[in-house]
Design a protein around this ligand. Structure first.
Ligand code: FAD
Length: 385
């Protein structure tokens, strides 16, 4: 006999686990997370850098961040699992156009209650003395941003979801979803579930899951790379803000145990399922990192200490959160690009409200609605790293 649940969540990454946890908190009775791997959190969530920031350029992303930061702070206090270091994010620019965009982003963030500081070059150097300040015009800084351990977030979300009574089924690859008289029939390699609603939280695979119901969902996998660079000399220095050189796209943070994690994303990378390190990444990094981080320019990057993973990307760099007009009850929660770990609490809350109340009161989800692609009505997030 198929098992009957209220909501089947496809995908046990940080998003699916957060959705399950929030559904139970909202009083939805039978919640099952269906994850194809033997353990949860093995997809994109296992490759993330752990950055958390409120410094986005659209209202919905800033609001998702503000909500999520508060929830991540609370979860870290309660569980001690997140390793949330609120070092702040420091965004830097040396161009006139960059300064204009940064200033308008800061105005938006402040208008939404996020306490972002505007820093002059000397103030930037006070925070990170080893930066090259040549040509620097300004920086923006938000002290509640920072970085955490993505595995810790997955563990905390899983534990809380289970404690609240959600069922997490691993080794359960969803191979078919069909509409039934009162909802859906979800077939896994390991059994069938009848479900009133289905949530698509399959990360980079969300397009494939949507296709099981004939739905066209433009979430594409895009390979992203990270490098660990050892401390150039001497003992590890103090933690620094997550520094983002907006002029080159290079992002640098110091690890708690010393050394630096360095990232750079090529905006022109095409979709790909490849998760091996892209050799072009090391070249690109080499030519860019010295622009603001001369300290790291001469340190060799060991390819064995680099890794890559997939961003679940959308054309406008916004997630897709909402019911599917052509298949009511099939709720999308995917496409979080490079901000899925940090936005997981908000994503979970949004879906839980949609399911439990039939509407979302906490956020205006219009910019994230699935139908926007067909309507050609996209608002683009430009602060993508
Ligand atoms: C290099 C890199 C750096 C990043 N840095 C950051 C960062 O600093 N901050 C941040 O917030 N985010 C970051 N991200 C992005 C973040 O990792 C993702 O946005 C987030 O993990 C997406 O979570 P998810 O649950 O949607 O996807 P996933 O974690 O991929 O989970 C989806 C799950 O669905 C499962 N699944 C797929 N198909 C099926 C099926 N048919 N049946 C059952 N299960 C299925 C998969 O096995 C997987 O476990 C980074 C990503 C990468 C690659």
């Amino acid at each position: 006999m198929p098992e009957t649940v209220d909501v089947a969540v496809i995908g046990g990454g940080v998003i699916g686990l957060s959705v399950a946890r929030e559904l139970r908190r909202a009083g939805v009775e039978q919640v099952a997370v269906l994850e194809r791997e033997p353990a949860v959190g093995q997809g994109s969530s296992s490759r993330a850098n752990g950055g958390v920031r409120a410094q986005f350029t659209t209202r919905v992303n800033v609001e998702f961040s503000a909500f999520s930061i508060a929830e991540l702070e609370r979860l870290d206090r309660e569980t001690g699992l997140l390793g949330f270091h609120q070092t702040g994010y420091l965004l830097l620019t040396g161009t006139e156009a960059g300064e204009r965009s940064l200033r308008s982003a800061v105005e938006l963030q402040r208008s939404l209650g996020v306490a972002v500081e505007w820093l002059s070059p000397p103030e930037v150097l006070e925070r990170v003395p080893f930066l090259r300040a040549d040509g620097l015009r300004a920086g923006s800084f938000h002290g509640r941003d920072g970085f955490l351990d993505p595995h810790g977030v997955v563990t905390a979300m899983r534990q809380d979801a289970e404690r609240l009574g959600a069922r997490i089924v691993t080794g359960a690859e969803v191979v078919a979803v069909e509409r039934a008289r009162t909802g859906f029939e979800v077939t896994t390699g390991d059994g069938t579930f009848r479900s009133r609603r289905v949530v698509n939280a399959a990360g980079p695979w969300a397009g494939r899951v949507a296709a099981l119901l004939g739905v066209d969902l433009p979430v594409a996998p895009v390979r992203r790379n990270l490098a660990y660079v050892r401390e150039p000399a001497g003992p590890p220095g103090a933690l620094i803000p997550m520094c983002v050189d907006l002029d080159t796209g290079v992002l640098v943070r110091r690890e708690v145990s010393g050394g630096f994690v360095v990232a750079w994303s090529d905006p022109d990378d095409p979709p790909s399922w490849d998760t091996t390190l892209d050799p072009r990444f090391l070249e690109a990094l080499g030519s860019r990192v010295g622009h603001r981080f001369p300290l790291l320019e001469e340190v060799p990057v060991d390819a064995r200490q680099c890794w890559a993973g997939l961003y679940p990307e959308t054309p406008d760099h916004h997630a897709v959160v909402g019911d599917t007009p052509e298949v009511p009850g099939f709720v999308q929660c995917a496409g979080f690009g490079g901000h899925g770990v940090m936005h997981a609490p908000a994503a979970g809350r949004a879906v839980a409200e949609l399911v439990a109340l039939g509407r979302c009161d906490t956020f205006d989800l219009r910019p994230l609605r699935p139908s926007r692609f067909a309507e050609g009505d996209l608002v683009v997030e430009t602060a993508v790293l």
